[in-house]
Design a protein around this ligand. Structure first.
Ligand code: ADP
Ligand code: MG
Length: 316
């Protein structure tokens, strides 16, 4: 049973007062006539999401950034956070660096830490985030339309390259420049959800999702969920040229942790979106279409491209 079957089987309780419950990047509750509160929670656990050697500053940054990402994906502005922290014993140096990283991310995105919980236990960081969303421009996965163009906000694959670096065969590794290695590391430790772009583009967007689990998996959540499918042109996916030259497409498609936004939009907005991406110096691009076939089809150089069942894992 995967995570989503489990949620469906045990926790998909009916909602009465919420405007949107389980199933999107954040839940929505009416705040006033014009706005919703968007609320979401994400947890990082020791040995699953971080290790004892992870840099505490960037762990602080990332634990808040992955939550901000979910609010951005709803078209919202992150406002408040609550931090639930479990640690074995207080380590002043670790805590000070962790708090600095958290504070840096909070400052960058204008988020206020308004509460939390501190416990003794297996190391775990859980943040609940609350944001504001204008009702008229909320980005819900169920607003995706057939024939919408599918877009990405920036290049993807970097974080996965860093995370799976040791699994990459020596011959491909040799071609990784020190610049690419550094970018991959930076993307992994310091995700930067594209809040500014989505706020400027939200009126052109129908539905959006943040890329946490990997493009291939997250694409299913946004298209199959509505009874649709997608046609994706791998040649159009923005990625560093190393991935193309070394045929590492599966790593890009299934690697995850990009924290960029995948969104869909009517084709009449194509030029406006492209211009905005350019203006903000972003490397995003249109990568395909929402189709009415209930499957995701990938094409590489005009030919069908099939993902292996285990994705990049077969390199291991
Ligand atoms: P994301 O990757 O955007 O953080 P998830 O994939 O973790 O979202 O969760 C998918 C959806 O299921 C979300 O709407 C989330 O709120 C909901 N969800 C996840 N775990 C649970 C749970 N244990 N109980 C209720 N809802 C859950
Ligand atoms: Mg999400």
């Amino acid at each position: 049973m995967n995570e989503f079957d489990l949620i469906n089987k045990y926790f998909n309780f009916p909602t009465v007062y919420a405007d949107l419950g389980i199933g999107d990047d954040a839940a929505l509750i009416s705040k006033n006539k014009n706005e919703f509160y968007a609320i979401s929670v994400d947890t990082l656990n020791l040995n699953h999401h971080f290790t004892n050697t992870s840099d505490p500053f960037y762990l602080g940054w990332k634990s808040l950034a992955v939550n901000i990402s979910d609010i951005v994906a709803m078209g919202g502005i992150p406002r408040y956070a609550l931090l639930s922290l479990s640690i074995v014993k207080p380590d002043a140096s670790w805590l000070s660096k962790f708090a600095k990283g958290l504070r840096a991310c909070a400052k960058k995105y204008n988020v206020e830490l308004i509460g939390g919980d501190t416990n003794k236990g297996s190391p775990s960081i859980s943040i609940t985030i609350i944001g504001d969303v204008l009702k008229k421009s909320v980005l819900r996965r169920d607003k995706v339309q057939v024939n919408d163009e599918i877009w990405l906000t920036n290049e993807i694959g970097y974080a996965a390259l860093h995370f799976h670096y040791n699994k990459i065969p020596q011959k491909n590794r040799q071609a990784i420049s020190s610049y690419l290695k550094k970018s991959a590391h930076e993307n992994f430790i310091k995700p930067m959800p594209p809040l500014n772009f989505i706020q400027k583009a939200k009126n052109f967007i129908n539905g959006a999702i943040d890329l946490s689990d990997g493009l291939a998996g997250d694409l299913k959540h946004i298209s199959l969920k509505n009874g649709f499918g997608a046609e994706i042109y791998i040649d159009k996916i923005p990625m560093h040229k190393w991935f193309r030259e070394n045929n590492f497409y599966e790593l890009v498609l299934t690697g995850g942790e990009d924290y960029q936004i995948l969104f869909t939009s009517h084709k009449k907005n194509h030029n406006k979106i492209n211009n905005l991406l350019k203006k903000l110096s972003m490397t995003g691009a249109m990568i395909g279409y929402v189709s009415n076939k209930k499957r995701i089809q990938y094409k590489l150089h005009g030919q069908p491209f099939h993902l292996s069942k285990d994705g990049f894992r077969h390199f291991g």
